[in-house]
Structure formats: C-alpha cells, structure tokens
Ligand binder design. Structure first.
Ligand code: ITT
Length: 200
C-alpha cells in the first residue's frame, strides 16, 4: 500500500481543522496539524497583514518539520471600524482569545450604528510553503454584523455575521452550508488546486 503524502496545517484552532478537513476531503493526503506537534511553541503573529502572518506561520512550521505546510490567517473586517478587528480578530478583547468577550466588545463598538452601516467582510489568507515553493491564496465573504448573538454553531464571530444573500448568521447555519460559502472555503478551494499540483 502506498502512503498518502503528508500536509501539515499549521494551526491549533480545532474549528479551522474541522472545516478544512471537509473542504479538502477529496484530496488524497494525510493532513497533520500543529496539534500533532505539541512540542512546537505557538508562532507569534508579529506581521502587519494577513499575508505576512499566514506566511510566518507556514514558513516557521515548514522550517521546523520539513513537511509541506499550509497556514490560515483570518479575521473579520468591519467597515464602520476602519477594518478592525482585522488581523487582531483572535485577540480583539485581550490575549485570552475569548470569543464571547470579542463578540461583546464588537457589538459594544457598533452600538447605535444602523444596519446599513454595519457592513463587514470575513477574510481568510492561506499560505502554502514547501520545498522551493511558496503560494498565497485568499477568500473573502461580505455581509453585515447583527445587533445581538444568533445561533450556537461555528466559532468566533459566527453568531454576529450574516453573509450577503442570507438572513441567518454563520452560527445558525449547518456546518455544511457555512463550508459551502465561507471565506475559508473560498481560500482553501484555491489551496486545494495548489496542493494537487504540488503533491502530483
Ligand atoms: P491559528 O493561528 O492557530 O490558526 P487562531 O484562531 O489564532 O488560530 P487567527 O490568528 O487566524 O487564528 O485568528 C482568526 C480569528 O478570526 C479567529 O480566532 C476568530 O476570532 C476570527 N475568525 C476567523 N475565521 C472565522 C470564522 O470562520 N468564523 C468566526 N470567526 C472567525
């Protein structure tokens, strides 16, 4: 039996792992994650853009493991807040990465802002780094921020984001529906083509 090629997803975010396993399910590969390498410390996200941070995470784990590595840097960009929380989405309400506190802080920041000015986008930038290869792809989905939390699915800002063309938040959708339209799905569908070329 031939062994499947290995690809390392440089994340410890279990929600991202679950989503990406589904998006890449048709690729014949063995996906490892940073959770399989507990001895490797978290990569400090010192970049100033999603692209810089995605490359930083992918390059660091590739340099340590030598395995073809992909990383997702993602976040929510709210127009009325000049693109915040953006690259700081995970740590918007502090270093604890508490999704509940992040959502409360964002709803407070938008208090009194009318619905038509609550527009926002979710962005996912995926970097793929291997032997002599570096690729970056991106997915964006536009929508708006609700005035309160709706739904218990997903993670992060999902309970307050309604994608354009829909009337429910990501957290109210099935994971199948979110995975069909999300920023991460848009980015990783392009990543799938890159990976297919790289692993043959
Ligand atoms: P890794 O760096 O280990 O991948 P992380 O959660 O710290 O995990 P990021 O630095 O890319 O990842 O921060 C992404 C944050 O953006 C995430 O914690 C959420 O707050 C938000 N976010 C990104 N994608 C999201 C999604 O699909 N649904 C809800 N929130 C999302």
């Amino acid at each position: 039996m031939t062994e499947l090629p290995e690809v390392l997803f440089a994340t410890r975010n279990q929600h991202k792992v679950e989503e990406v396993r589904i998006i890449l399910k048709d690729l014949p590969l063995n996906m490892l994650t940073a959770l399989d390498f507990p001895e490797i410390p978290d990569v400090e996200e010192t970049g100033e853009t999603f692209v810089e941070n995605a490359l930083l995470k992918a390059r660091t784990l590739y340099n340590i493991t030598g395995k073809l590595t992909m990383a997702d840097d993602s976040g929510l960009e709210v127009d009325a807040l000049d693109g915040a929380p953006g690259i700081y989405s995970a740590r918007y309400a502090g270093p604890g990465h508490r999704h509940d506190l992040n959502n409360t802080k964002l709803l407070d920041a938008l208090a009194g802002v009318p619905i038509e000015q609550r527009t926002a986008g979710f962005r996912s930038v995926v970097a793929i780094v291997g032997d002599g290869a570096e690729h970056v792809v991106e997915g964006v989905i536009r929508g708006h921020i609700t005035e309160q939390l709706y739904g218990g699915g997903g993670f992060g800002y999902d309970p307050i984001f309604v994608p354009d063309g829909h009337e429910i938040t990501f957290a109210e959708m099935s994971s199948k529906e979110k995975n069909r339209i999300s920023h991460r799905a848009l980015a990783f569908r392009q990543a799938r083509d890159v990976l297919q070329d790289l692993i043959g």
